[in-house]
Design a binder for this molecule. Sequence first.
Ligand SMILES: [Zn+2]
Ligand SMILES: [Zn+2]
Length: 90
Amino acid sequence: MLTPCSNCSRRGDDCLVNLSSSRCSACNDRNVKCDLIVSQPEWDRIDRDKEKLRRQLEKAEEDALEARSHALRLRRELAKVDSKEKEMFD
Ligand SMILES: [Zn+2]
Ligand SMILES: [Zn+2]
């Protein structure tokens, strides 16, 4: 667990690291100095979480692409059957 910064522990707030600011979110919001110290294992964990999310996103995007090309294939298939049907009626 992350040790809350002194501001958060005083206020009893949740101390959440803000990666873009090296401050915690609460201090970042209040724009005050933050003495949050993130230990190396904590950074590693955050990095791992980020990496995991990135991989999940890539997978989801791949799946979406796959689904789209599948839908396209089906539409072509359907169009083919459609035109065949018309030929039969002609
Ligand atoms: Zn904090
Ligand atoms: Zn803070």
